[in-house]
Design a binder for this molecule. Structure first.
Ligand SMILES: [Fe+2]
Length: 407
């Protein structure tokens, strides 16, 4: 809905148009039909480790007769989950699919954005209520421990704003269920105690905080990735962008810019279709909006409104090696036109078992203080075969800041 921004909000001493500022994409997920094959694809082949499992069995009589009731939280770095897969049939049966007005073509489980504080998220909820943005729920979930509020976009995609997701460390273990008593099913009063004090309190009460789960299985570590032996010849270092097909580009753009505070970077035109690219930080885009009419023109799966989900790998070499590795394991790749990935030079689109596309890349153009994308004619010109090596750009590897060891 169109809004006129008049009042400002004090966000940590700075006056903003909203009481929150999205910092980055935190996690994302799909509701899938082929759970076993999807688990193999995302966990074994792409290397998202499972941090926790959530089983809906017994939670609802609507699940009677439904075989697949488990969802998986997965991580590629410190965040408890960067990616989730949940059982579509079970969620739809419980009316917990993403779309709040029927199942439709929304297979995105959630698109989740990190804010800077608990206060930002909770004042964000008040802001959404005032703006009549539909709110699904607010609170704090376990697994993951992140405080959040969920809202729907105009096309029924769930967007979550959160603060404070649980971090995985060298122990490889998630928080045990014995700490889940600190979850909230409703909007919490502020302030809350810190996680540091929560854990100290639990230990003082005799809880063994080290008994969480970890993902021990996997492929043998036989690939030398720039000096470290890993189970795959690449490492996912970042997630996003999220590319969506929407019914009305202007309406969706208005929602993400005016309600959520995204910044417009660029728009392209492909075969007469307007494609919009939005960001939160220095990245060229963290969200792209394409008209739904484009989906069939591109020959993409009609079952999903997600055009692609981005996965950044550590280097150009890793990008090439990831394509070879995934092809060896039978993964199908698709071609997508340049106009759908401005600011990303070399890219490969892999297809998951349900037909979702994964946009695998190693470089995304970065914007400086002037907030301007690089002019098209100054971008890397590509022709034909991918070269052995590349000349650097001014922003090559600038956003490659993966924290901690690669494996
Ligand atoms: Fe989430």
């Amino acid at each position: 809905m169109a809004t006129t921004q008049q009042r400002t909000y004090d966000v940590g001493g700075v006056k903003l148009d909203r009481p929150f500022k999205i910092r980055r994409l935190g996690h994302f997920g799909f509701n899938v039909t082929n759970m076993d094959a999807s688990k193999h694809f995302y966990n074994t082949l792409l290397g998202f480790n499972i941090s926790d499992t959530l089983d809906f069995a017994g939670r609802s009589p609507a699940l009677e007769g439904i075989k697949e009731t488990k969802g998986y939280f997965m991580h590629h770095g410190g965040d408890h989950h960067a990616f989730v897969i949940f059982p579509k049939q079970a969620l739809d049966a419980m009316s917990r699919g993403s779309g709040h007005e029927g199942d439709g073509d929304v297979t995105v489980n959630q698109i989740t954005w990190q804010c800077g504080s608990l206060q930002e998220v909770m004042e964000g909820e008040t802001y959404f209520a005032e703006h009549e943005v539909p709110i699904r729920r607010t609170g704090r979930d376990a697994p993951g421990s992140n405080w959040h509020t969920y809202v729907w976009d105009p096309d029924d995609h769930i967007n979550e704003l959160y603060y404070g997701i649980e971090q995985f460390g060298w122990l490889r273990r998630s928080k045990p269920q014995s700490l889940y008593y600190r979850s909230f099913r409703e909007k919490p009063e502020l302030p809350q105690i810190s996680e540091w004090d929560e854990v100290a309190e639990a230990e003082a009460n005799g809880i063994n905080v080290f008994e969480g789960t970890y993902d021990g299985a996997g492929l043998p570590s036989k690939y030398d990735v720039q000096g470290i032996m890993l189970p795959r010849p690449f490492k996912i270092t970042k997630i996003g962008p999220v590319d969506l097909f929407v019914n009305d580009i202007a309406r969706a753009t208005d929602f993400y810019v005016n309600e959520l505070g995204f910044v417009f970077t660029e728009e392209t035109n492909y075969n007469g279709h307007r494609c919009v690219f939005l960001r939160n930080g220095n990245e060229h885009h963290s969200l792209a909006l394409f008209p739904k009419a484009l989906r069939s023109e591109l020959g993409l799966s009609p079952h999903t409104s997600c055009a692609s989900f981005g996965l950044e790998v550590g280097t150009y070499q890793q990008l090439k090696d990831s394509v070879s590795f995934l092809k060896e394991h039978g993964v199908i790749f698709r071609e997508m036109p340049e106009e759908l990935h401005p600011g990303v030079d070399y890219v490969a689109y892999a297809q998951d078992p349900d037909g979702h596309l994964l946009q695998i890349y190693y470089y995304m153009e970065q914007l400086g203080w002037q907030g301007k994308p690089r002019p098209k004619e100054l971008r890397r010109q590509k022709n034909g075969e991918w070269p052995q090596t590349l000349e650097p750009l001014s922003d090559t590897y600038v956003d490659q800041v993966y924290q901690g060891p690669l494996g």
